[in-house]
Structure formats: C-alpha cells, structure tokens
Ligand binder design. Structure first.
Ligand code: GLA
Length: 380
C-alpha cells in the first residue's frame, strides 16, 4: 500500500496511473468525417490513485472538484447528479455491459493539471485513464484499441455527446516526441517524429469558457452529415474525406448551398493539409509547417466558422508577437490555440502576446510551452 498527504488527508492507494492532455497539431473537425488527424500528447496530466475495496462500493474523489461520488457496482445507470463522475461511472457501466468481470469495488482519487473546458481533452483523459486502470487492476487485458472504442461508447452512448474518436485515440496511443497520423475511418495509424529544431509548440489558452461548444459542435456534425447524404447520391463515397480538392467545383454545383459548401471545403482542404503537414515535418520544413498551420486556422475561421473573437485574437496576437504559425486546436469556440515559436524569442513572445491579447479581450491568457509525451500509463 502506498500513500500521500493532500489537504491534511492521507490518501492510500495500490497503484497510480497517469494520462496526458492532447493537442491536435492539424486536422480539425476531420475525425467525424472519416479523414486523417495529427494529434500529440503534451505534458499536462491527470493522475488517478486507485485502491481495491473488499465490498462493491465505488468511491470517486476529485481534488479539483472537491466532491465525492459514491455508488455501488450494481448502481451505475446514468443520472443527472453524477457531475464529473459521469465519465468514470460511464466507463464502469459500459465495461460491465460488455461482459467484463469487475470483481470488487474501488476507490479512485483523481488529481488533474489539465484545465477542464479548455479544449485540451480533460474528459478524454479521465475516460482513458479510468478504462486503462480498470483493465490493469482486474487483469481484464483490454487492448488499447478496445480502450479507444469503449471510451467512445461512453461519450456517445452514456454521456450522449456526438464527439469523434481523435481525443481518446491519442491519449491511449501517444508516444514521446511523436505525433500520431491517425486515419479515423479505419483507425490505422503511424507515428511521425515531431522535428521542429530550434522551435517550440506553445499552447495558448484563451481563458474564455467554451459555452457554445456542444451545441455548435453538434450543428457542424449535422451539417457535414447533410452534405454527405446529398453528395452520396452522385459520388461513391463513405465519408466527406473521400473527396479531393479537385472535386470542389462540382461539389459546389451539387450542393447549391453556400454554407454547406464552405463546410465541405474546409473538410476536404484540411484533410489534404494533414498529409502535407506530416510530409513537411519529416523533411523538417519549418516554413511549410507554419504555412499549413496558418491556412488551417483561416479555413476554420472563414469556412467552418468555429473560431470566434477570442481564438482569432489570440492567433493574431501570436503572429504579431513573433510566432511563424498559429491555429486553434480542438473543437473551437474558445479553448486553446497552438503557436510555432522560435526558441530564442520565447520570453518576448510570451510578454507581447499577453499584452496584445489582453488589450483586445480584457482577459489574461495562459502561455504554456509544451513537450510531447507518452500516452496513458502506470506511474511506477
Ligand atoms: C473535439 C472532439 C474531437 C474532434 C475535435 C475537432 O475535441 O472531441 O473528436 O472532433 O473536437 O477536431
């Protein structure tokens, strides 16, 4: 048995597990359109300290939310009073439903340094770490690919969110210093070295709460599905990402709808940017990488319309403070952006960006240079 003291309490645990936050380097709003995304894990973590119990009680505590959620293994149904506990309880519910044997109750103490509601996937991190630890502590041998599928079922079926598969995939599969080129249609993936010699990726947190995220996210998913159903009448395709930019003129005529056309234009061009980005990284072509980041943001701003004043202001402030490329990351409507910045100007960059963004929005942003780390694991 291990232990540690926090807020005057003694927390006892058998094992500790950690899962990181993720950023998406490029390929935004692509996962639910069957294309390729390029995320990576970054060094902000959620830790989960676990102890098996002798009875069938489930006791979940969160250092951040300062609430305890208590239930039993036979009372895991969804209810409105679960708060943040909806994720771990949802995991237990789905794992049990799939027929895995959870032999005893558990106590889990969560401590998170991943800001919630900031677009860094704190929810996917708690889902993945919980599924991983249950598999490990009860010897269920659930593969990483099945962890990805289970956590997606929890989000879609238990929490009723229409999210894609990118976030849980990278948090499960992430590797140190690598990005994950993930085909969201068939879950094939390759690791690519993140070679940006002399430069850093900096996370820029707008500190604007993402109120619109869920409703607008679902609206975009619905728009894409609508466009797909029209285009399927003409093209033999399964996903919007099966189309290429050479098809765009034709797509415009078929859709005959300005908004739907712009949504599809973003999806097709962004999917192509992902491949170009992966190639540029391999070649260490920094100026190409920067160009693609900037183009991606423009496309999300003008065509997909998921950025908003705060993300646009932080990206503009980043560029005018010396970043050579910057874009929003994640769902959008607030949350975070990322910027590519030369290491030897990092201090000035930070000072100038904070000043400029604050002038525009009256909010102080957080500026966090990150490194790329492994996905979920046991912390020895
Ligand atoms: C959120 C969703 C992901 C993905 C991104 C946009 O993070 O959870 O599945 O759709 O938005 O790229």
């Amino acid at each position: 048995m291990n232990n540690f003291y926090i807020n005057g309490r003694n927390i006892e645990y058998d094992k500790k597990y950690i899962a990181p936050a993720r950023i998406n380097l490029i390929g935004e709003h692509i996962d639910y359109n069957g294309g390729c995304v390029f995320p990576a894990c970054v060094n902000l973590y959620i830790s989960a300290y676990v102890k098996k119990r002798d009875d069938n009680k489930i006791i979940l505590e969160s250092q951040g939310y300062k609430t305890t959620i208590e239930t039993t293994l036979d009372k895991l149904d969804y209810n409105d009073n679960l708060f943040w506990g909806v994720y771990p309880i949802g995991v237990l519910y789905i794992i049990k439903k799939l027929g895995y044997k959870i032999k005893t109750g558990l106590e889990i103490y969560y401590e998170s340094k991943i800001p919630s509601g900031s677009g860094l996937s704190s929810s996917a991190a708690i889902l993945v770490v919980t599924t991983f630890l249950i598999s490990d502590i009860f010897n269920l041998n659930i593969s990483l690919l099945d962890i990805i599928k289970i956590t997606k079922m929890v989000e879609n079926d238990y929490c009723k969110l229409k999210s894609g598969i990118m976030d849980q995939s990278i948090i499960a599969l992430g590797k140190r210093n690598k990005g994950l080129l993930l085909n969201c249609d068939n879950l094939d993936y390759q690791y690519k070295n993140i070679k940006i010699n002399g430069y850093s990726i900096v996370v820029l947190k707008t500190n604007k709460p993402r109120k619109l995220t869920e409703s607008k996210y679902n609206e975009r998913v619905d728009e894409c599905n609508k466009a797909l159903s029209i285009l399927k009448l003409i093209y033999k395709i399964n996903n919007l990402c099966d189309l290429k930019s050479k098809d765009l003129d034709n797509v415009k005529n078929i859709l005959n709808d300005e908004v739907l056309y712009r949504r599809v234009k973003h999806v097709i061009t962004e999917n192509e940017r992902v491949y170009e980005f992966a190639k540029s990284l391999e070649e260490g072509n920094i100026s190409e990488i920067a160009r693609l980041l900037n183009e991606s943001h423009e496309s999300l701003r003008k065509d997909y319309e998921v950025t908003g004043i705060h993300l646009d202001s932080i990206v503009d402030s980043a560029i005018s403070s010396g970043a050579i490329g910057a874009r929003m990351t994640g769902a959008g409507f607030g949350g975070c952006a990322i910027a590519l910045v030369k290491n030897d100007i990092l201090d000035d960059f930070k000072k100038n960006l904070i000043k400029k963004y604050k002038e525009k929005t009256n909010i102080t942003p957080d500026v966090i240079p990150v490194i790329f780390v492994d996905g979920v694991k046991i912390e020895e």
